[in-house]
Design a protein around this ligand. Structure first.
Ligand code: AMP
Ligand code: ZN
Ligand code: FE
Ligand code: FE
Length: 282
């Protein structure tokens, strides 16, 4: 029996709720054969995940979910098998993480005008050195009793319509695709089938990303709409792009379950063949 392949998960090195070792354990318990650890703008969880997977039969694909932005829309780019020491990539992700931190402080100071919450509440929800995001602010709101859970905080107080949330610095996706390739990595657009993503990434901009080295589209993801998936499938066919499927697991931070969407072994083989910046951990 072929074991499932899940190429998009988060640990508490970004906004997942489990340590990289716990994430690996959860992947084994879920019966996965291969899991990719893809924390936001950070490769800091790779070593711990590799050590935890060693000798278990689980293969860990080292990856990262790169924050990018086109116009007003946040676009995520998965980069597999990148070189974690690549200077340009390191500098860019450091810049994003620093901007994320300042932005989180800004959001909290805006919230503090209307809610009992302070920066220390967010720090208490964040692992040392983790990539800070709105999920940590959501957890602080939950701890203070202002929201029932993370998802409720996102749909309520943290929704952009309420004016507390502000964006952070992020490069254009075209630049990010080039950087991932330059670092030996394999770039795949994360959940590109949402209404927002498709409104800024039309066929022409996708063609540009393909010219820059885009490898694939994460077609099977719970946030892609049905019509978005149909459109993406047409794009993939037309541009010869690979298609992946993944859970985007965040531990208890999101309802997404490991292996709820999976990737075909043939696609993983191509990712491994093209990725030269690092190697899978087995
Ligand atoms: P940020 O990176 O700070 O812009 O926050 C976006 C992150 O929050 C994404 O990685 C999502 O996975 C996560 N997120 C978005 N919506 C939700 C939700 N409803 N519940 C939990 N996490 C979410
Ligand atoms: Zn996340
Ligand atoms: Fe994402
Ligand atoms: Fe993600």
């Amino acid at each position: 029996m072929r074991q499932p392949i899940d190429l998009h998960t988060h640990s508490n090195v970004s906004d997942g709720t489990e340590t990289p070792a716990e994430l690996v354990r959860a992947a084994i318990d879920a019966g996965l054969g291969v899991v990719a650890i893809t924390d936001h703008d950070s490769t800091a969880g790779w070593e711990e995940a590799a050590a935890a997977a060693s000798g278990t039969g689980l293969t860990v694909i080292p990856g990262m979910e790169f924050s990018t932005r086109r116009e007003w829309m946040s676009i995520h780019l998965l980069g597999y098998l990148i070189d974690p020491e690549d200077v340009d990539l390191r500098e860019e992700t450091l810049r994003i993480r620093e901007s994320r931190l300042k932005r989180a402080e800004t959001i909290v100071s805006r919230l503090a005008a209307d809610f009992a919450i302070e920066w220390a509440d967010v720090v208490a929800q964040t692992t040392d050195g983790a990539t800070v995001g709105r999920p940590h602010i959501a957890d602080a709101l939950v701890a203070r009793g202002h929201a029932l859970d993370r998802s409720a905080a996102f749909e309520g107080i943290l929704h952009p319509r309420h004016g507390y949330s502000v964006p952070h610095y992020a490069p254009d996706p075209l630049e990010a695709v080039r950087m991932v390739r330059a670092a030996g990595g394999v770039p795949v657009l994360a959940h590109p089938g949402t209404r927002g993503a498709l409104s800024v990434l039309d066929e022409r901009s996708l063609a540009e990303l393909v010219d820059a080295g885009l490898f694939g589209l994460e077609l099977h993801h719970r946030e892609n709409t049905d019509s978005g998936k149909r459109k993406l499938a047409r794009f993939a066919e037309k541009f010869g792009l690979a298609v992946t499927g993944s859970s985007d697991y965040h531990g208890d931070g999101k309802p997404n379950r490991l292996a709820e969407n999976t990737t075909e072994p043939e696609v993983l083989e191509r990712i491994i063949a093209e990725g030269t910046g690092s190697a899978p951990f087995a």
